[in-house]
Every structure is written in C-alpha cells, then in structure tokens.
Design a protein around this ligand. Sequence first.
Ligand code: ADE
Length: 234
Amino acid sequence: MVRIGVIGAMEEEVSALIRQMKDKEECTIAGMTFCRGSLWNQDAVVVKSGVGKVNIGICTQLMITIFGVDFLINTGVAGGLYKDIQVGDIVISSDALQHDFDCSGHEFARGEIPGMETSVFRADPELVDMAKEACELVNSEIGCYVGRVVTGDQFVYGNDRRKELVDLFDAYCVEMEGGAMAQVAWLNKIPFVIIRAITDKADDTAPGDYNAHVEQAIIHTVKLLAAMFLKLGR
Ligand code: ADE
C-alpha cells in the first residue's frame, strides 16, 4: 500500500482530515505535528506546515525523509487569477513556481531560480487527473480548473499586483506554499499535486473576501480529497 502525505498550511485546512483519521499516531518535529494513520482506508500522514515557503519546505523534506511518503498532496485555499475563476471554485496544479523569486537584476526571468535545471515544477499527471475526476464527481456545482499555481511569501491583493502575476506567469491561482513543496518534491523525485479552493481574486477586495469564504472553500477541498482517496484505493 502506498503512503500519502497531505500538507496544509493552516489549522482549518488539516483539522477536518485529522478528525477523520483512524489508528492515529502523532510525532512532532520542528514544531510540526505529523499525524500518521488510516484516512479513508489509505495509509496517510497529515500535517499542518504553517504558512509560507520555509515552513512547507522543511515540512515536505520531513514527510519524505522521516515518513517515507510515496506522493504528496498540498491542500488549502488560494487567490484566483485566471479570468473565468470564481470564488468557491477549485484549482488543481498543472505546474507550480515561485513568483517572488526575483533575480531579474542579473538577467534571469522573474520566478527563475539560478542554477536549477527548472523553476517550473510539473505536477504528476495521474494525480492531477485523479483530483479532477474526484472534484467533478463530488463538487459538480463549482468550477474545477487545471492550471499553474504561483507561490510567494505574501498575501497578494490589489488589482495591479494581480495583473502583474497574470501577465508574467499566466497563472490560475496564487498562494503561499505550493511552489515550495513542488520544488522539494521535484528535488526528491516524489510525485505531487496541489489542490486549492478559491477564497478571493487577489484584487482590492481580497482580504475581506478571504475571511468571508475560507470556511466554505475548505469544505470543497475536504470532499475532493475523500473522493480522491477512494480512487487511490482502487
Ligand atoms: N490564499 C488565499 N488568497 C490568497 C492571496 N490572495 N494571496 C496569497 N495567498 C492566498
């Protein structure tokens, strides 16, 4: 049986999963409590990484080195960037990069990490398909998109900043962890997917929209994960 690692940045994102876990064992490393057990009949490790790229970078390496996960899912919320996306919809990563990586002063493209073979980390196509099918099955009332996730250590809000990310990266959503998990997964050759529910559009009203929609958004990601785990068991 494969072991699935699930990482969320915030309490709300992982608590619903941990509540449903059976035969739980907990282990705290670097201030992060890893919960191992049976989740929807799959061997899983679920953890709250904390917000931002450093937290999830450490967390991802621990998931791989200490807990031996076979693949990784990052779940949570995001600001929508793609034109048709609405609050409440879901984005599944086709690939991910770090929008705040900026060595443009040394003639690198924005988001490009000097010395790395790639800075755009491709999600595992099978996991992407599985997540999309699961989403369409259980969240048929919302939009489900496969597209680029861009990540940075900042909550992005404001029409100009939003436009910059759309123009530079052709991204579907922006958040604060996925691209860093993707880089660590890529370095370790571990398949991954990022699944994000949209709470806002990273525009002028994003902070208020986020607060208003975060709870409902997480309900969608939890339903999607439950259906995806069933598929993984087949
Ligand atoms: N997560 C949810 N909304 C976000 C935003 N606008 N920027 C970064 N992370 C987010």
